[in-house]
Design a protein around this ligand. Structure first.
Ligand code: ASP
Length: 451
């Protein structure tokens, strides 16, 4: 479906070929259409005080976006189970799995640390917090709604704080599969179960495992078709999400006050997207970056509008397999893990945000504190769930580690949603870049083994 030649349609859904454009154009049309509609609603609200754009959008527009995102989320866990079990069992030997696993984790960690370092360099050089006007700062810190939100964020972060260093490992192994699969936040546990099951399948004799394998192969195909069907509604879903986002944003003036901070984050994300990833994809993945970006555009646009790597995962998998030609065995292993642990955009954002808050509050950070940010932002981004706003919750942990008051979060709340859209786009792109590199390494190894 995501294949351009099929104009965004699954081959078996001919009766529904109502949209003729390639998928990325459909999504772009939805995005700009939604933006325009949101602006019209806001203008209409200004001209008619009785009309509330945010209430109208919440009641009549947003539900279509929520329906779309929910149906994508609905697919995430079954997709991980079916595609990962199929992918791992297709590998047929354990050494391939371990070398692929080692490469994947190594690349994920390296790109995350690099992202934090880029963020730190930029925020220290640009110093967006040093120029924040006093009145803006007082307004943001004194706002009661902001204080309430910070309290809520801190409460969600509390569960994560004070855990021992090995707790993250313990959290990966579920006590019960059904309980783990009942919550999209437990994706890592489901991934663990699927890999474990796939490994056991490799070890069982081929005759015995054949029906199980056939079942998961079939299930995987059905789930991919479900994604294709959901994506027929992508333009409408994206339209609704964008329109309601614009209509619900009440104060656009804070954006100009926080322009330097936002620009620093966006600049850092651009360095990753147009500097780091091309270097990796071209040299280690042996693919032109133009082809890579064109292939990934539908997933990137979806990540941008939904702000959720988890909701985007089904489309990321399809883009990487069909448009970039990555071996499904690799994609189905690398991408679900990446969606949950590899968040380069989030880690960069956390580094910039932590230093920005410190600068604005007049706190000088020592070299040791900046190094602490490298470690904690890396871990915090790994621990962040692939859902909107999760990066900000985990930012509380970074702030606590360097002794910056969490009340400072109020300074960046207003622009967080927009920056979340941008960082999620980078998060998803990073997973695909690593998938491309791992696929190339696996293919090279196979050629070496044959010759
Ligand atoms: N929304 C991001 C994601 O899903 C996580 C975050 O930074 O908030 O990748």
């Amino acid at each position: 479906m995501i294949d351009e030649s099929q104009a965004g349609h699954p081959p078996n859904v001919k009766f529904w070929q109502v949209w003729r454009w390639p998928l990325h154009w459909q999504i772009l049309a939805g995005l700009f259409g939604g933006l325009l509609f949101g602006v019209v609603l806001v203008q209409f609200g200004q001209a008619n005080p009785k009309f509330s754009p945010s209430v109208f959008a919440a009641q009549w527009v947003k539900p279509f976006g929520v329906l779309f995102v929910n149906s994508l989320k609905l697919i995430a866990i079954p997709l991980i189970l079916a595609s990962l079990i199929k992918g791992v069992s297709d590998l047929q030997d354990m050494s391939r799995l371990s070398s692929m696993g080692g490469r994947t984790i190594g690349l994920y960690l390296a790109t995350t640390v690099l992202a934090v370092c880029i963020g730190l360099v930029l925020v220290n050089v640009i110093g967006p917090g040093r120029g924040l006007p006093q009145d803006v700062q007082e307004k943001l810190l004194g706002d009661q709604a902001g204080k309430d939100r910070v309290e809520k964020i801190a409460a969600s972060a509390e569960k994560e704080q004070g855990k021992g260093p090995l707790q993250a490992l313990v959290d990966v192994v579920p006590e019960n599969l059904v309980a783990a699969a009942s919550n999209n936040g437990n994706m890592l546990q489901v991934i663990f179960w699927a890999i474990f099951f796939g490994i056991a399948m490799i070890l069982v004799s081929p005759e015995k495992v054949a029906p199980v394998k056939a079942f998961f192969d079939g299930l995987n195909a059905v789930i991919l078709m479900m994604i294709d069907l959901i994506m027929l509604f992508a333009p409408l879903g994206v339209f609704a999400l964008m329109a309601s986002l614009i209509a619900e944003t009440s104060d656009w003036r804070v954006f100009s006050a926080l322009a330097w901070y936002s620009l620093t984050v966006v600049l850092g994300l651009a360095v990753i997207l147009f500097g780091v990833y091309p270097a990796l994809v071209v040299t280690m993945g042996n693919m032109s970056y133009g082809k890579f970006l064109r292939g990934m555009l539908p997933a990137q646009l979806l990540a941008f509008t939904t702000s959720s790597s988890a909701a985007t995962l089904p489309v990321t998998v399809e883009c990487v397999e069909k448009n970039l030609g990555v071996d499904p065995k690799v994609a189905s292993f690398v991408l679900p893990i990446g969606a949950t642990v590899n968040m380069d955009g989030t880690s960069l954002y956390q580094a910039v945000a932590a230093v920005f808050i410190a600068q604005a509050l007049g706190i000088d950070l020592s070299f040791y504190q900046q190094m602490t940010i490298v470690v904690t932002a890396t871990l915090a981004s790994i621990g962040a769930a692939a859902v909107p706003g999760a990066g900000m919750v985990m930012l509380v942990i970074v702030l606590a580690a360097i002794g910056v008051p969490q009340s400072g979060l109020a300074l960046i709340l207003a622009v967080d949603r927009v920056l979340d859209m941008c960082r999620t786009t980078v998060n998803v792109t990073g997973d695909a870049a690593v998938a491309t590199i791992v696929a190339r390494a696996v293919a090279k190894k196979q050629v070496g083994e044959k010759s």
